[in-house]
Design a binder for this molecule. Sequence first.
Ligand SMILES: *Cc1c(COP(=O)(O)O)cnc(C)c1O
Length: 245
Amino acid sequence: MTKQQIADNFSKIREDIKNAELNSGRAPGSVKLCAVSKFHPLESVVDALECHQTLFGENRVQEAFEKFNSIRSLPQVTDGTLLQPQLHIIGSLQLNKVKKAVQIASCIQSVDREELLSEIEKQCSKLDKKINVFFELHTAEDSKSGYGSEDELIESVQKIADGDFSHIVPAGLMTMAPFTEDKILIGKSFERLRLLKEKLASLFPALNINELSMGMSGDYKIAIEEGSTMVRIGTALFGEREYSA
Ligand SMILES: *Cc1c(COP(=O)(O)O)cnc(C)c1O
């Protein structure tokens, strides 16, 4: 993708998000855009920064580290604006990658087991850093990631509410809808996440688990109708990914 194509894609997606907010009675600006730059080169991230995009999502820690470590030394974009890029890890995370992940990310969106929370806590306490986490719920048959059940997820949130993980700030929920053309099925998956957020708000009034990270290139309009506060978009911004071995 050329710089111009990426800029055009950002304009279009931002406009679409605005319209989807309007159409579903959501407040303007209530849906954040997380630009998923996985498998795309550093230049694409730089092009996105030129469009004043600051929030990025990456799946793989090593790849993210290589890109975003150099980005941190970028002072400003060409129009003079100073930007503070933020990285969210959105892919399933192995325990041995946590140390590096918490160095570069401001949020881990793909928390899917308690063991992972413990490791995030351990590594963040070493750095004396607090980190946001989203809990990922498995809502689609064809995906593997996420907590298998709401009860398990709620147990993890309970541990945080009990004060077991002082460096972890529970901030949201994440899910991936089934890969299908069936809009009703997709909507059900997003609705489940929204209902879980409501349940958590009543179970844990002291916590602020407010973000609903749901919606990708193919289904973000449905997600916004269902209450998404953050869409994670890759292909529609940066083009098809080239997976190399
Ligand atoms: C790759 C990925 C996305 C972006 O998907 P697109 O269809 O390219 O927009 C969003 N969320 C997660 C968890 C991903 O792995």
